[in-house]
Design a protein around this ligand. Sequence first.
Ligand code: GLY
Length: 341
Amino acid sequence: MMLSLEDLNINLANYITSKTPDHVVVVTSKLARQFCLNKINDLTNCDIIEVENGEACKTLQSAAFVWEKLLEYKVNRKSMIIAVGGGSVLDLAGFCASTFMRGIPIMYIPTTLLSMVDSAEGGKTGINFKGVKNIIGTFQQADIILNCPTFIQTLPQLEILSGWAEMMKHGILEGHSLWKTIQNGILDASDPNWNQLIEQNIQFKQKIVQSDFKEAGPRKLLNFGHTVGHALEALKLNDPEINHGICVANGIMIESLIAFEIHLCNTEFLNEINSIFNRDFPKITYDKSEIPQLREFIKADKKNDIEGIKCTLPNRIGDVEYDVIVPIELIEKVLLNWISV
Ligand code: GLY
């Protein structure tokens, strides 16, 4: 259910009253604290653990900092952690909550579009390690998620784009009404239609997660665009103009080219994908000399196994398959072509 700011405050107060935690601790980032936390009445006087903004918080050092603070605040299994922020804060806080004392209850209040439609849902928590995205983590659902689309109005356009990429991915996987809506283009930050669109995206993701929580099968569909996308993200970690969604959008375009090379999708599909993604997203480029680095990141992807590099690739809109084994040489060829055109 999508909540107004007023309803968010009411639901939060009711939930805390019903659970009677002995202690509430908030994990948030500088930005989320500045733009969102001050709008959530019940949380302003709690103990607050502030971590770095964005991907920079998904480190072992940040996890250690959060665990230290949980010890200092004497958090126990009867306490409640509330994560307020974007996907990175939720991933980190969820990871720390699921490992501290083998599991402390956690509530998510996502403050970005990306975290509402993707990161908060599905129970994946994690941090990056040795340059590999989300390589350390757990599967643990939040006890409750409170979504308030009003927070979208606090976001820069680049951040809205980040969530939009995952929504476009959902549209391609779903292939019907979601795809049709996505084709109409991104909404303005204050558009009331976000509520319905976010709700539809969450429901779509929940259906897939419910069928395969631990990602042994169909949940891998949600990885479309992420084999190459995560590699691009690892390569561009220090570029402030490039975020998760922009990498996933480029990843979807590049993986579609890979699918074309192995005769899964046709030219018509490629044209459709290219026209919509080029309309909404900037193209990521890299130097030819960086392709070996991309190759190493792709080889380290969690979906791979002894059989080889396993990608989620499209046949057509609404028809995507997972566990497609792709030779690394072919991926490198497509990565080279991408910067040659
Ligand atoms: N973001 C992909 C998943 O939750 O499975």
